[in-house]
Write a new protein. Structure first.
Ligand code: FPP
Length: 226
């Protein structure tokens, strides 16, 4: 069964840190490094697309220091990540209301999208200031602004943040929570869901393989009967 896109809800960073008597942000730091490992593991398995839920439109409700830390991670670590991943031919895409975060982050996102735009071996989609409902609303706004008619399920997709990325085959959420939390609402219509109790910083290659094994056993019928 084909598996070309895995999307990750990286949950449990705070609890992981607390369990170790560390500040919550330490969990986010570990979590950020985990993204790089997961990208490599997916690439080795021939999975071309990965999406990571890095910051949601609801995450602004967190204490300012934590918000600044998470956004700061992007700012401070992206060049490191880029240097290490260069030879892997990673293309970076950012999805979400990026402009609303501020000029600095917006410019960084655009800079790395531009720098990596010709890479096509692995596509990493970072959901940042992302909300599934916001994405649908933003698409509707574009359609209204363009006075477009004849919208159907196929072409509606063209107005979403990353129209060229296929829908996720598999969505993995860590830390035991079993919900989508406003992630990829349009794109997840037929995604298989996998939940694991491990916290995101503890997510391992073995865990990834377990999720993939489980996925392969599922029968995706997309509403049909075969
Ligand atoms: C959920 O854990 C995690 C987040 C809200 C943030 C995820 C961010 C990273 C992994 C850092 C990478 C960031 C960028 C911008 C590249 P939680 O804090 O909800 O954990 P908890 O449920 O245990 O409190």
């Amino acid at each position: 069964m084909s598996l070309q896109h895995i999307a990750f809800i990286m949950d449990g960073n705070g609890r992981w840190a607390r369990k170790r008597n560390k500040p919550r942000v330490y969990g986010h730091l570990k979590g950020a490094y985990k993204i790089e490992e997961v990208v490599r593991w997916c690439a080795l398995r021939g999975i071309r697309y990965t999406t990571f839920y890095a910051f949601s439109t609801e995450n602004w409700k967190r204490p300012r220091t934590e918000v600044n830390f998470i956004l700061g991670l992007l700012e401070n670590k992206i060049s490191e990540f880029y240097e290490r991943m260069k030879k892997e031919k990673v293309r970076l895409i950012f999805s979400g209301r990026i402009k609303e975060i501020g000029d600095k982050i917006f410019n960084i996102c655009k800079e790395y999208e531009e720098k990596t735009k010709n890479n096509d071996r692995i596509i990493v989609n970072m959901a940042l200031n992302y909300g599934g409902r916001a994405e649908i609303i933003d698409a509707v706004r574009k359609i209204i602004k363009g006075k477009l008619e004849n919208i159907d399920e196929e072409n509606f997709k063209d107005f979403l943040y990353a129209p060229d990325i296929p829908d996720p085959d598999l969505i993995i959420r860590t830390s035991g929570e079993k919900r989508l939390s406003n992630f990829l609402l349009w794109q997840s219509a037929y995604s298989e869901l996998y939940f694991t109790d491990v916290y995101w910083p503890d997510f391992s290659e073995e865990e990834l393989d377990k999720a993939i094994e489980d996925y392969k056993k599922r029968k995706r019928r997309f509403g049909g009967i075969q």
